[in-house]
Each structure stands twice: as C-alpha cells, then as structure tokens.
Design a protein around this ligand. Structure first.
Ligand code: ASP
Ligand code: MG
Length: 410
C-alpha cells in the first residue's frame, strides 16, 4: 500500500462530467489499495473570471480581499469531488487550505508554504478516507487567506506529497507529459519519459507551462518524484526526478520559447561603480523581476545596458528606468516589445561542448539575428525577433534530432 498524491488541473475538473471522471480515477487508485490525497484546481476559467471581476471593480484591488476572492474557485471543485466520491460509496473529506492547515508567509498572491500540519490528514488516511485538498491556497500565521501564485496548486500538491512522504505526486493535466517542445509548433515533438529536476526547472521557467516553477523547486528540495500525466488517458507520462548518469548522455532535452518579455536598453550609461545597482534597485523595489541582462564593453567611459522584463511589468519598468536613466546621465532608453526568448535545455551540456555554437549556427542558417544570449550550466537562451519564434523552434528541434531519438553523446 502506498500513499499517492494526485493533483487535477482546471481542465480535468472543468465540468460536472469531468469531475465524475476524476472521481472514478480516484476510486480506481483507492481500490488498488492506496491511500490517497487529491489536490484540485478551480474549474478551468474560474480563477480568471474572479481576477476579471476584481479588476473590473477597481484598479488596485486590496491584496487581502483579492486572495480571499481568487482562492474561492477551489472550494467549489473540492466539495463537488468529495460529494461525488461519497455518493459512490467511498469515504471522502474536503479540506480548504486553512483547514489542513497549510501555513504560508503573508505575501498575498505569492505566498510561500512554510508549514503543513499533517495530523488530521494522516488520521483520515489511516481511517480509509480519501482526502481532497484545495490547491493554490493557504493561511498566514494571522489567519488570513493567502494564495500561492497562478498555477499554484501544483505547488500545493508537491508540498503535501513532501509533508506526507508520499511515494509519488501525480500531476494530471490536459497533456500527457512534458514534451521536447510545444507540439502545436512541432507536431512530431516527443514525450520525455524522464527529466531531471534541474532541466524541468529551466523548462518551466523558460515557458513550458506544464508545471509551476515553484512546485519543481519544492520537488527538488524534498526529493518528491513527480509524474506528469493526462487525466484523459492511461498513458505513462513524464517522471520528474533526481538526475542519473543516463540523463547526461542526452545533449539537449527540450526547446522552449517565451514571448512574454520585452527588452529595455539604457544607452550610454557612465561606466563606473554603482551604476548597475542604481538602475536595478528601484526595479526590484517595485517587485519587477529582471530576466536577461547584458552590459556592453565600455568605450570612452560609457556603456550600454540591455535587459528584459515580463510584458506585464513593462510599462512600470519603463517609467522607473526613464527616471533613473536621467538621474545617472544616460543618453536615452530604447525599447522593443516584439522579442522572443528561445532556449535549449539539457544536463548533457555540462559535460559536452559545442552545443551553444550549434544553436547559433542553426539560427544563422535561417537568417535569424540573435539580439541577446545568456547561458547557464544546462541551457542556452537567445533573444530574437518574435516573428521568427516558430521557425527557430522548428529548426532547432530538427537540428538536435528531438523528434525521433534524442542525439546522444559518444
Ligand atoms: N486556480 C489557480 C489558477 O488558475 C491555481 C491553479 O490552477 O493551479 O492559477
Ligand atoms: Mg496548471
């Protein structure tokens, strides 16, 4: 008998019929003799609807009330599922985050899980009850409702799996695993059977929207094996797990793209100590996350600084940068909102050379200009004109032979 955590995303619980489908999957796992904690998202579209209402009502909704509002979608799905399971003759019990309790920090909309009280859940599981927990939400130490960031029910599920020492955390979604790239762009993209935490972290933060990045960080920290699979079939999905030596033989595991960033260049910044900090400190104070940063070689005591920010923060960032640019005596600010970041990811890059240069060559053969480059141990990212996104993904996928068997090193 194993303890299994299953998380079902919004599309998997999007209608009453689909909730019935989830109930029968849950029942099947239970009948196989497992203890079961089920974590649910809100019905697909519901959280967006709640966010929309808040925005319609006011420009800057109150943080506390915003979280109380947007966390409500999950209350609907957990009660419906528990109700359905009970009507089928199973013992089931729904829990909101604070009923567990899932204790978080007090950063509304981006709270971090700090502690999970597992006693009640354990008692239920011992008694043969199927536990159904609302994802995405928790409670801070003062009793206020909090949420974990969009897509946060993945993190709820992994955190519960860690707290309860579950054998596996199954994340059910509308795709049956993690693919080498977006199958809408490359129809012969292949499903990755096993991927390391580090690769998944890069893929998740670079735009593969299968798992919330924070959930992968959590899984890595606590060694939770995550199985990403579909709730609409029984196919084996993708296992996200600790790296093993086999994984290093694959040079590139996946290709991702992100059209969600804009580029800001500050021209002719005086090249002296403290300037970068003067530019970036006000951005961080406004909670704007800067992604790629490039600083050019200085000439005549000046340098150009270019960086990217999420589209959502672009206007705010520009205002801040224009103001500080003036203060530090920059010549001006240039912007480009039509960019995409294309990345190749693979743990094999740690031990093999030539991967980045192959990427640059493939892009140049298509006449695609590279505007910015950044690398980590296991990824190379290039910023290009957004209109070449699909082309770049396609040619890179082909060049690294990801459609069939991945390229393996000798
Ligand atoms: N319902 C929340 C959202 O839409 C949490 C989740 O689905 O993971 O972001
Ligand atoms: Mg999701």
């Amino acid at each position: 008998m194993a303890l299994v955590v299953q998380k079902y995303g919004g599309t998997s619980v999007g209608t009453i019929d689909r909730i019935r489908n989830v109930a029968s999957r849950v029942a099947k796992t239970y009948d196989e003799g497992h203890q079961l904690v089920v974590v649910l998202s809100a019905m697909s579209g519901e959280t967006n609807k709640l966010v929309g209402w808040a925005r319609e009502l006011c420009d800057h909704p109150d943080d506390r009330e915003y979280d109380a509002l947007v966390s409500s979608g999950e209350q609907v799905t957990i009660s419906l599922l528990a109700m359905c399971l009970k009507s089928m003759g199973y013992q089931a019990r729904s829990y909101l985050g604070h009923q567990v309790p899932i204790i978080t920090s007090d950063d509304y909309s981006r709270a971090r899980i700090e502690h999970i009280g597992s006693e009640k859940l354990r008692a239920d599981l011992e008694a043969g009850t199927i536990v159904v927990v609302a994802g995405f939400q928790g409670m801070d130490r003062c009793g206020n409702l909090t949420t974990l960031g969009r897509g946060g029910s993945d993190t709820s599920a992994v955190a519960l799996a860690a707290a309860l020492n579950a054998q596996v955390c199954e994340i059910y979604t509308d795709v049956d695993g993690v693919y080498t790239t977006d199958p809408r762009i490359v129809p012969n993209a292949s499903k990755i059977s096993r991927i390391s935490y580090d690769e998944m972290l890069e893929m998740a933060s670079l735009g593969a929207k299968v798992l919330q990045t924070r959930s992968v960080e959590f899984a890595k920290k606590y060694g939770v094996v995550v199985h990403v699979r579909s709730s609409f079939n029984d196919n084996q999905g993708t296992l996200v797990m600790k790296e093993d030596s086999d994984m290093e033989t694959v040079l590139v595991s996946g290709i991702t793209y992100n059209k969600d960033e804009a580029k800001i260049s500050v021209m002719r910044v005086p090249d002296k100590p403290g300037v970068a900090s003067q530019l970036f400190l006000p951005l961080s104070e406004k909670n704007i996350t800067v992604d790629m940063i490039i600083q050019n070689v200085s000439s005549e005591g000046y340098t150009d600084l270019t960086f990217t920010v999420p589209h959502g923060d672009f206007k705010k960032a520009l205002k801040v940068v224009e103001a500080t640019g003036e203060q530090i005596g920059a010549a001006g600010v240039l912007v480009d909102e039509n960019i995409a970041k294309i990345s190749i990811v693979g743990v094999g890059m740690r031990s093999h050379s030539g991967v980045a240069s192959k990427m640059f060559q493939v892009l140049s053969q298509e006449g695609i200009n590279i505007q910015m480059i950044s690398t980590s141990e296991i990824k190379v990212s290039c910023v290009i004109d957004v209109k070449y996104t699909e082309l770049a993904v396609r040619v890179l996928h082909e060049a690294f032979e990801l459609g069939s068997e991945a390229v393996t090193a000798e």
